[in-house]
Design a protein around this ligand. Structure first.
Ligand SMILES: [Zn+2]
Length: 430
């Protein structure tokens, strides 16, 4: 395939009149910048990597917003009860349908890859399916139908809280032992081998969800070459209970007990101290921030400014899918920081452009979270994954190239997206 765009964004700025050729697998064979041409259309930024998803939760997006005035406060833990009700009600066909609907929407919004933090493993009564990876295979089928790349992260979930047995309503999530989890992981890895869209990674639900010794062994003994994801420090209550049971804050404990490296992705990390932030940076790990869900659940605000100033790397995820736009995630992330700092220079980096700096961090940490490697947005030898912005929108038509990244990140809506290219295949909107 030959693509001819008005401009493509690379990590150091825009390249005008870009011609990109791909082979029959969608791998880029050449990138050239030529003369102006009427055939060129669209402005291209790298396809977004969505680094945290619980696909089934899309079915309840916007449906946990009725708050009974007589029953006291509603918070994350109340939302979780509603989510458990949904999790207990779904069969594999329904999960596949919901995930297909979601993944198609993610592609429409400019995502080309999703990391699925998958813990709905078992049948409704808690017994494993005959095929341990039944639900995982349904998620792979959904990714194939939507044509989005998938990093499938089967989640090790074992406990109902620090030192507590699992709750009955968590029965579909549970691997009782490390051996049970290793078997689930192995089946998932095998299932992914049959799909051109899927690869596997490792996930631990949280420090409250798995016995501490098994967290260490999962990180050290299983799939050392795979990306590792874990929810951490999302809730104040979780931090307090971790101190009570393990004597340390969650990130402190994790960094002290495990040889953390750049394959580790800490999801949320909302409630961390400056010391923990510096520790994450030093370890090479990234954080995965999910601003629309974190806002919806009232989690708190991640200390991005301090983390970024220390050299921290971050990606984005849509988590519960209350929001699906990557631009909305970036804006919410930025505006949360602006509101608490009274400053406007949140996204710093190698460019003066906040928008370009945001895209750069979300891209490189995002690619890392998927388990892949790259050194540039668009590179010969790598698949073409792109988000194409229309060139006939008034605010785009009347914009200097240098300002385009900011205009797209801060002023766009979903109608600006002309389409998404996944592995060289153009999926044009509308
Ligand atoms: Zn999550």
């Amino acid at each position: 395939m030959d693509f001819h765009f008005k401009a493509i964004l690379q990590s150091d700025g825009w390249v005008e009149n870009a011609r990109i050729s791909t082979d029959d697998k969608g791998v880029i064979t050449s990138i050239e910048s030529g003369e102006d041409s009427n055939a060129a259309s669209g402005y291209v930024i790298p396809g977004f990597r969505n680094c945290h998803s619980h696909a089934f939760q899309y079915a309840m997006a916007g449906l946990a917003e009725r708050h009974d005035r007589d029953s006291g406060r509603d918070d994350f833990w109340g939302w979780r009860n509603t989510m458990y009700e949904l999790a207990l009600s779904l069969d594999p066909d329904q999960v596949e349908q919901i995930a297909t609907m979601l993944y198609k929407e993610l592609v429409r919004h400019g995502y080309t890859h999703v990391c699925e933090f998958h813990y709905l493993h078992h049948d409704k009564d808690g017994s494993p399916y005959g095929n341990l990876a039944e639900m995982g295979e349904r998620l792979i089928a959904a990714a194939e139908a939507a044509r989005i790349n998938l990093t499938l992260l089967p989640v090790f979930y074992q406990k109902g809280g620090f030192g507590k047995d699992p709750l009955p309503e968590q029965r579909r999530f549970i691997s009782r032992t490390l051996i049970d989890y290793a078997s689930l992981l192995q089946h998932t890895i095998e299932a992914c081998k049959h799909s051109e869209y899927a690869s596997a990674g490792i996930a631990v639900h949280s420090l409250r969800g798995v016995d501490p010794e098994d967290v260490v062994r999962t990180a050290e003994d299983l799939g050392a070459e795979l990306p590792f994801h874990i929810h951490i420090s999302e809730q104040v209550k979780e931090v307090d209970e971790c101190i009570e049971h393990l004597g340390l804050r969650p990130v402190e404990w994790f960094l002290r007990k495990i040889a953390v490296s750049d394959r580790f992705n800490l999801v949320h990390a909302t409630h961390i101290t400056d010391r923990e932030a510096r520790g994450i940076v030093k370890s090479g790990a990234s954080v995965v921030l999910c601003p629309s869900t974190e806002g919806n659940l009232g989690d708190g605000i991640f200390p991005l400014k301090e983390f970024q100033d220390a050299g921290g790397r971050w990606s984005i995820g849509t988590d519960s899918h209350i929001g699906l736009s990557p631009f909305e995630e970036l804006r919410l992330l930025d505006y949360g920081q602006r509101l608490i700092s009274h400053r406007r220079d949140t996204f710093t980096g190698s460019s003066e452009s906040s928008g370009e700096n945001a895209i750069r961090s979300a891209f490189f940490a995002g690619v890392n979270a998927t388990g892949e490697e790259t050194s540039e947005y668009f590179e010969v030898g790598k698949p073409l994954n792109a988000c194409v912005i229309r060139d006939d929108v008034p605010l785009i038509e009347n914009c200097e190239l240098e300002a385009l990244g900011d205009r797209i990140v801060y002023a766009s809506d979903a109608t600006w997206i002309k389409g998404t290219v996944v592995n060289g295949r153009a999926l044009w909107a509308g």
